[in-house]
Design a protein around this ligand. Sequence first.
Ligand SMILES: Cc1cc2nc3c(=O)[nH]c(=O)nc-3n(C[C@H](O)[C@H](O)[C@H](O)COP(=O)(O)O)c2cc1C
Length: 465
Amino acid sequence: MGIEPVAPEAERAPRADAPVAPRTPASELDAAPAPAFALDVAPAPASALDAAPAPASALDAAPAPASALAPASDPPPTSVSDRAPTSAPDGVPRPFPAQLQVGSPVGPTAAAVMEPVRAACLAEYEALATGVLSGAVSDFISGGSGAELTLRANRSALDRVRITPRVMAGAERADPASRLVGTAAAMPVAVAPMAYQRLVHPEGELELARAAAAAGVPYVVSTLSSYPLEKIPGECWFQLYWLRDRRQVEALVDRAAGCSALVVTVDVPVMGRRLRDVRNGFALPDDVVAANLETTREAHAAVPGLSAVAAHTASAFSPTVSWEDLEWLKNRTEFPLVVKGILDPRDAKRAVDVGASAVVVSNHGGRQLDGAIASIDALPGVVDAVGNEIDVLMDSGIRSGTDVLKALAVGASGVLVGRPLLWALAVDACDEALGLLRTELTDAMLLAGCADLAAVKELSWRNDG
Ligand SMILES: Cc1cc2nc3c(=O)[nH]c(=O)nc-3n(C[C@H](O)[C@H](O)[C@H](O)COP(=O)(O)O)c2cc1C
């Protein structure tokens, strides 16, 4: 099953086979009330609301999304904003960071000009999410391992890539339609597997996967998803962590039969030392569990100076997963196999040898080996080694449509986007975020003189380091 090539947004209809709510236009989202769970914990001061009234008609027309309304029996995670946004000097939480208020209160249009925008670009969801999440959950998402050298290198390396634009593409619109690992996608983007999405939103994976399906991009379900994989809507790939118990691996692969690819993550023999989590003694709240696994007891046991999530990983994941295991898996299943966490071209060749359909050039968003090469810097070597044989996807540090364009120009077939979409989920803005990313990508394509992705692949680039 592939994702339908997607029409321009205004014409796009929801997929018949996916329980997808219609996309809310950005203008309505701007005017819509903040989700119930965010307001519950971070009420806007009356004065702030007075300064930016939403027109009554717009509010009537834009009810809170269903996803924001947690059922009474399903309380919001305790982890969503148990801390007031630190930016409020008077101790009164603000709904949005001050720097995201636009315009100045001058003249008769002041009220309209002062309406808060949610985000002008994908990268801004980080600041918005930081305003509503607890410090420990923010750190769990944003943090990297060790001194966070690789986390920072992912960004600085992407910033150093320079594109030489072409001109006069002769097209009014750019078309980012793509195929990723045999799946038709509206743009060359998939949602990266990310654990425990209920940490940031009561409907977690259900909501982000719904938005991915509406945007026409594949959603990768983590082994550590906080909803069972069978409940997740839309076009899904399943991400597998190799568990110590081979029977559990088999059971998970069988349960993933409805997915269209199997992504095996191979860069977590042990969890990288994420010092923010260690310092916070990070543990999962009771209502956030690894719903696909039999037990996550250790992940909930808060111990000062230890990451409970790392302790759980150590007890559940096998550090000895091997190429032979992947070969065994490949022979046992019809799924296209994607190997995630490859940085060395020699490993990419091994992945081809075991029958993989794709690799993901990834350093896990700087969360594993601190000091590992930035993914975008590792990409050319892997593309040279295997790019003619299999798809080469890339992740770690993608924060904009321009970054997607760069990754494609350097040789990737597509990218996985991680944290920005989790930050958007935290402020209930997944549709908006995926729409922004598409707009950023198509704008970048036109500015680079590319009407389609074939032209993007022909762009010249250099590393400005
Ligand atoms: C909070 C969080 C949870 C993650 N959980 C998983 C996971 O369960 N499985 C996995 O393969 N990768 C996981 N990753 C790594 C992502 O799939 C991806 O490689 C990384 O986030 C890409 O970097 P970016 O966030 O800079 O885009 C996680 C990343 C984050 C930030």
